[in-house]
Ligand binder design. Structure first.
Ligand code: 6PG
Length: 222
């Protein structure tokens, strides 16, 4: 079991940007997330460390859309991070355009054997992480490294996601959550015992270092 360390930051995107820049500088294997909160961190990470040539990058989840679709998590990283770098990392994107079944199989073949140095995750208001939604078959998957299926909330396009055992292979997991609407999810995920109803809470069941970066609102202080 891994006890979560909750860090309250006045500027969570800056805190996560430093973590990302350090990992890129060290030539780490990094798993990126989607979501609006992450984009701000990516843009600032590119300023802190513009040379990502030694890093290797994967994604924790993707929407089943082509990489140039506005809903693509790859496009989010391309726009906010990669396009601002002087040297890009090696990337293995999730081929969402293949659909949830073929895309999941194709992505599984691209995953590394060694543990990820850093997995970055957002947290949904329903406590989902990556595209592991509460009480879903994807969340219950224990044998495969990647799973595909419907989304639990908007945008309602199918998703492809690393499974919980695959996320837990990380050396370090960092969860980023901001805004008062995330406070209940933060409390249910990281101040209570693990439960299938709150996917974020299941991150406690592994051995990875688990850091949760929140602002005061997501911490429940406001
Ligand atoms: C996605 C995700 C998802 C996201 C959370 C939080 O593709 O949507 O990877 O897990 O991180 O939904 O998203 P926000 O930061 O936008 O609230």
């Amino acid at each position: 079991m891994s006890a979560p360390r909750i860090h309250v930051s006045d500027d969570p995107a800056a805190t996560v940007a430093e973590i990302l820049a350090d990992a890129a500088r060290a030539g780490g294997s990094i798993v990126l997330t989607g979501g609006r909160t992450a984009g701000a961190a990516y843009a600032r990470a590119a300023v802190l460390e513009p040379d990502w040539s030694h890093a290797r990058v994967w994604w924790g989840d993707e929407r089943c859309v082509p990489p140039d679709d506005e809903r693509s998590n790859y496009l989010l990283a391309e726009r906010t991070l990669f396009s601002a770098l002087t040297a890009r990392p090696a990337t293995q994107r999730i081929p969402g355009e293949l659909g949830p079944v073929a895309g999941a199989a194709a992505y599984a073949a691209l995953l590394p054997d060694d543990p990820y140095d850093l997995v970055l995750l957002g947290l949904g208001t329903d406590s989902h992480i990556a595209s592991l939604f509460p009480v879903s078959p994807q969340l219950a998957e224990r044998d495969r490294r990647v799973a595909g299926g419907p989304a639990g909330l908007e945008p309602y396009v199918d998703r492809i996601t690393l499974t919980l055992p695959e996320l837990l292979r990380a050396r370090r997991i960092v969860v980023l959550a901001t805004g008062a609407e995330k406070a209940p999810a933060v409390a249910r995920s990281f101040r209570q015992a693990p439960s299938e109803r709150y996917p974020g809470s299941l991150l406690q069941s592994g051995e990875a270092d688990l850091d949760v970066i929140v602002d005061r609102a997501a911490h429940g202080d406001l």
